[in-house]
Design a protein around this ligand. Structure first.
Ligand code: ADP
Ligand code: ADP
Length: 239
């Protein structure tokens, strides 16, 4: 069963066609790694999946639910922003630059969205947050503010924060490219651990070794289309 279904995505910025017909399926529990040169549309693809960007044609469905639209007969109608925000809680997003709330402690960073967006009782959200901090190896930093943490630690918190909404799928946009090289491993280890635990993920990265080790499917984008797609050995080890 597909958790993420992308069909015929087209997206232009003015005269620049950035996505030129992208089709993608990610099955439940699988990891898709998206590789490709800078400017090939990887980040735009991720942002269209959670409807941070509107598309010109095509559609995205997560767990069978259209994202950003409602079907009525043969027509698609745009959903209201409030409804799109609700859908986004099902699609976790981890950015290159962590994007933690600087004025909230680590624990509050994890508690805020489940309480405000999903109405999870605070005590339950706190318990969930502590479990997640434990999972990313940062249980002892619950009361710290993000600026006191290393980039690698901040990114692990950002991953835990995305997981706190219990999303259907987790999207990563170059999660290690803003990190000092010695901190990359600790973030990739967290993602590997999630992969082993069956979290459905789409990871845009330049880390080929990670792709080889963790991906069920490797997708290679160039010029706004997917030019190669398959198991890592097939895509990465071509003569
Ligand atoms: P990648 O993630 O593969 O580096 P992007 O999806 O970020 O590629 O960008 C693909 C192309 O789209 C680039 O040429 C980029 O400059 C352009 N682009 C991305 N976002 C915008 C935007 N908001 N307005 C105009 N052009 C954009
Ligand atoms: P990424 O590492 O995600 O590919 P970029 O540097 O391509 O980041 O883009 C960063 C931000 O700038 C994004 O929000 C993107 O939409 C926007 N952007 C990228 N290229 C352009 C462009 N040519 N014109 C306007 N906005 C752009």
């Amino acid at each position: 069963m597909s958790t993420v279904l992308v069909r015929g995505l087209h997206k232009s910025y003015g005269p620049t066609e950035v996505l030129r017909g992208v089709d993608l399926e990610v099955r439940s529990g699988e990891v898709t790694v998206v590789l490709g040169p800078s400017g090939s549309g990887k980040s735009t693809l991720l942002r269209t999946i959670n409807h941070l960007e509107k598309v010109d044609a095509g559609y995205v469905a997560v767990d069978g639910e259209l994202i950003g639209y409602r079907r009525s007969g043969d027509r698609l109608h745009e959903l209201k922003e409030r409804e799109v925000r609700r859908q986004r809680t099902r699609i976790g997003f981890v950015f290159q630059n962590f994007n933690l709330f600087p004025h909230l402690t680590v624990l509050e960073n994890l508690v805020e969205a489940p309480v405000s967006a999903l109405g999870v009782p605070r005590a339950e959200a706190v318990e969930r947050a502590r479990r997640l901090l434990d999972r990313v190896g940062l249980a002892d930093r619950a009361d710290a503010y993000p600026r006191r943490l290393s980039g690698g630690q901040q990114q692990r918190i950002a991953i835990a924060r995305a997981l706190a909404l219990e999303p259907k799928v987790l999207l990563f946009d170059e999660p290690t490219s803003a990190l000092d090289p010695e901190l990359v491993g600790e973030v990739l280890d967290v993602i590997k651990d999630l992969a082993r635990g069956g979290t459905t993920m789409i990871v845009v990265t330049h880390e080929i070794g990670f792709a080889r080790e963790v991906a069920d499917t490797v997708v290679f984008m160039d010029g706004g289309v997917i030019v190669e797609q398959g198991p890592p050995a097939q895509v990465l080890d071509q003569p």
